[in-house]
Design a protein around this ligand. Structure first.
Ligand code: PEP
Length: 265
């Protein structure tokens, strides 16, 4: 029986005071009986949020990480720096860091988008570096609307899985959670229908099975992310291949996040 994992990605929202307030409100969710609960605030709020959820059972996550441990990498944060800040989980390969936005802002031309240059190779480097210091990694994969419409969802997702976890040992894989996040459903209010979300989570599990065997596939936790809300969480989380949720917008409202955690319990 896989334990559910519900993670809130607070993205680039909230100054420290507001983040602390939200963390105090979600701290009681750490006693959810059937789910691990994780919050991923902006880097600047990791300290106050970590203090607010200390001993609550809610885990602290970061939204990204760099792959080298130290050096001339202005603006980057090393895996051991996250550990030092009390972080236990980290998101890698989010569609927004890959430059694949559900609804790109006006003015996001190719030059601007080139800033978000994440790809399967950098996801893999980050994933291995994070695992080497014991961080649990939430590795995001998912197709764009154009890819879905062209019928390539399964191959796009499977290729991202292969690229992301390439060369991982079986022990390293044990600390990896995959997140199926269809790009067109992120921040758009469009949720992937639960039967289809479950099917693609099954594709991810099967791909891991091909690479690491049936036991590893069976143990793998696969989250769904993309406009998860209190009114759809229970249905999504009741599906056999969906082991949790990666939640953006709804994780910023304590009562909504609590209802989603409740839906997984
Ligand atoms: C996300 O950012 O991973 C996400 C799923 O966002 P939202 O829930 O707002 O669609």
């Amino acid at each position: 029986m896989r334990r559910k994992i519900i993670a809130g990605n607070w993205k680039m929202h909230m100054l420290r005071a507001a983040a602390k307030e939200l963390a105090i409100q979600v701290a009681p969710l750490g006693s959810a009986p059937k789910a691990d609960v994780v919050v991923c605030p902006p880097y600047t709020a990791l300290g106050v949020v970590g203090d607010a959820i200390a001993s609550s059972g809610v885990h602290l996550g970061a939204q990204d990480v760099f792959w080298n441990e130290k050096g001339a990498y202005t603006g980057q944060v090393a895996p051991s720096m996250l550990v030092d800040a009390g972080v236990r989980y980290v998101i890698v390969g989010h569609s927004e860091t890959r430059g694949r936005f559900g609804v790109p802002e006006p003015g996001m031309d190719d030059v601007v988008l080139a800033h978000f240059g994440e790809n399967d190779r950098t996801v893999n480097l980050k994933l291995k570096a994070a695992r080497s210091v014991g961080l649990v990694v939430i590795c995001c994969v998912g197709e764009t609307l154009a890819e879905r419409r062209s019928g390539t969802t399964d191959e796009v997702v499977a290729a991202q899985v292969r690229g992301g976890i390439a060369d991982l040992t079986a022990a390293e894989l044990e600390g990896v959670v995959m997140a199926y996040e269809p790009v067109w459903a992120i921040g758009t209010g469009e949720t992937c229908e639960s039967v289809e979300a479950d099917r693609v989570c099954g594709v991810i599990r099967a791909e891991v099975g091909v690479l690491y065997g049936a036991d590893a596939a069976d143990a793998l936790r696969v989250q769904y992310g993309g406009s998860v809300k209190p009114n759809n969480a229970r249905d999504l989380l009741s599906r056999p291949n969906i082991d949790g949720a990666l939640v953006g917008g709804a994780s910023l409202v304590a009562t909504d996040f609590a209802a989603i955690v409740e839906g997984g319990s």
